[in-house]
Design a protein. Sequence first.
Length: 205
Amino acid sequence: MTENDSTGPNGKPLPVMKVKKSSMMLAGIAILIILVIAVTVFVLSPGNPGSSPSPAPTPPMVTAAPTIPAITEVTTEPAPTITETARPAQPVDFVLIPSDQVNCGLTCRQLDATITNTGYETAHGVCITLAIHNSRNDIIPVNGNPSLQQCVGDIAAGASKTEPITVNADCGPFARNCIGETLTLETTATSTEKTVRFPDQQVAV
């Protein structure tokens, strides 16, 4: 159909321009609807960066409570005390303890002497020997002998014996070897196993 052939129902020619304008408007509306639909689909598309959905909330981090190790009670018992008795250093040894002297005359003295075997073996044939000299080194006889010797027999390890001793010094005529002198008493303990000399004692007359 051409523009010249367009006629209306009454045989009159249709206005060509009005038909064209109506068609163009309908086409424009259709195109607009299509564009709107396309834009809407594009915007709402999940992969579209412009319409990225709000990120899902990150669940809060749950921090595990620290594990506290169980406390085990430990009971420590004190170590037993071990008492060891030291062994004496010598098989046989002696300690002599004299008592206070008692006057029994001008040149006579009495005392008790306690002798102890501090060794770990028995001392056999124990004797106590006492010798006296003055400051001039004159030997003063005791009980009529150059020295006094008193034997007490055997003494077991760690045992003691006490003996009374009387010392009667022979100071010569008129006691001239003793009067005004300081006498020195030398004491010795002897046994089959050992001899021990003890510190000297001084006696003023």
